[in-house]
Design a protein around this ligand. Structure first.
Ligand SMILES: C[S@@+](CC[C@H](N)C(=O)[O-])C[C@H]1O[C@@H](n2cnc3c(N)ncnc32)[C@H](O)[C@@H]1O
Length: 355
């Protein structure tokens, strides 16, 4: 290639020199000089181009060598990986290898189980948080009109009965006026002979007033706390209502239920008369979410066929669960929401409104 280029250059140079000599002989010196200069420039340009091409070619050759080296490295790496994999497979076929595989598999299984349990726990917490959020939203919404509603119920109670001595407070731990109005109304309409109440206090006063107004019936109120029981008795006596009520101090004792032992009033159900109305407002929730659940399993045999049950705080998640269990396992056939946070329930065929 290089020789061909030298030959071509030589022929071209000879032709130029020939032409210049002819022009010079013929006396055209200017043209001869111009041709000589142009030829020199062309020769310089051709030389430059040749050097450039030479540099490019050597770069290309060096890159080709590098690619070849990289390919060789790749082949070597692939061979090494194959060798290592064969070695690992061989080791895993040995006893220690199999033990290792089993250990890894069991750890993976354990981690999966723990992950599933954690996931379930998170779901349960999220469910509880959602329920609590709904309760809080409802309370916030009711807050606007709640005082007015309670005031209206209080006014109604006072229009029915005019107490001439202090009364235990309503609301908070005690029942709200809205629920008390519903209970007094039920007692007035249903004229129960026996009311049993779980948790004495303000409610006992209004229940007893309603019984006295009927001129018929009696309330047996259970209280786990001796001091509160004594306070309720004192209030009843002060208002001249003692003959219509019995307040029994019944400390909480572990009571066997189909949901395990739960603390409930130490009372012999057989000692109670047939119950027409059961008011469930104790024991306090602090003893557990299902604190009020035993009321039905323990007293169901003492309930009259058309007895009604008033459950206070029925808007709480624990009480909602209790109602479900009573419906599933203890024959509660109907429920009716009362004004406020109480629920009316029964084992008979029809709710009292339809009787
Ligand atoms: C929810 S309260 C029952 C309230 C009752 N039915 C009433 O309307 O007043 C349940 C029990 O909590 C206790 N208790 C009542 N007032 C309380 C208070 N302010 N602080 C702590 N315990 C109280 C009493 O032993 C009562 O039997």
């Amino acid at each position: 290639m290089r020789r061909r280029r030298l030959l071509e250059g030589g022929v071209l140079a000879a032709a130029v020199v020939g032409a210049v000599v002819v022009m010079a002989v013929e006396g055209d010196l200017g043209a001869a000089l111009t041709l000589l200069a142009v030829s020199a420039v062309l020769a310089a340009l051709l030389e430059l181009d040749g050097r450039h091409r030479h540099a490019l070619r050597s770069q290309l050759e060096s890159m080709q060598q590098q690619v070849a080296r990289v390919r060789a490295d790749q082949r070597a790496a692939r061979d090494e990986i194959r060798r290592l994999r064969r070695r690992l497979e061989k080791q895993l076929r040995t006893e220690p290898g199999r033990t290792l595989t089993r250990t890894i598999e069991s750890s993976v299984g354990q981690i999966s189980t723990e992950l599933a349990q954690t996931h379930q726990l998170v779901e349960e917490h999220a469910d509880r948080a959602r329920a609590r959020q709904i309760e809080l939203r409802r309370s916030l919404r009711d807050l606007k009109h709640e005082p007015l509603t309670q005031q209206q119920s209080m006014a109604l109670l006072q229009s029915w009965f005019t107490p001439d001595a202090p009364l235990p407070a309503v609301g908070g731990w005690a029942m709200e006026p809205t629920t008390l109005v519903e209970i007094v109304d039920l007692i007035t309409r249903l004229r129960p002979t026996t009311v049993v109440e779980c948790g004495s206090g303000t409610s006992t006063m209004w229940v007893t007033q309603a019984l006295r107004r009927n001129g018929h019936g009696r309330v047996v109120s259970l209280d786990h706390d001796g001091d509160y029981a004594a306070a309720t008795r004192a209030h009843l006596a002060r208002h001249g209502l003692g003959a219509w009520a019995e307040v029994r101090h019944a400390p909480l004792v572990p009571t066997e239920t189909d949901h395990g032992p739960l603390d409930w009033y130490n009372v012999d159900a057989a000692s109670l008369p047939l119950i027409d109305m059961l008011v469930v407002d104790g024991p306090p929730k602090a003893t557990g979410d299902l604190a009020r659940y035993p009321a039905l399993p323990v007293l169901v045999e003492r309930l009259a066929p058309d007895a009604v049950i008033v459950l206070d705080d029925a808007d709480r998640a624990g009480e909602r669960r209790i109602v479900e269990l009573w419906q599933e396992q203890h024959g509660v056939r109907w429920t009716q929401k009362l004004v406020g946070r109480a629920l009316l329930l029964g084992l008979g065929d029809t709710p009292p409104a339809a009787r």
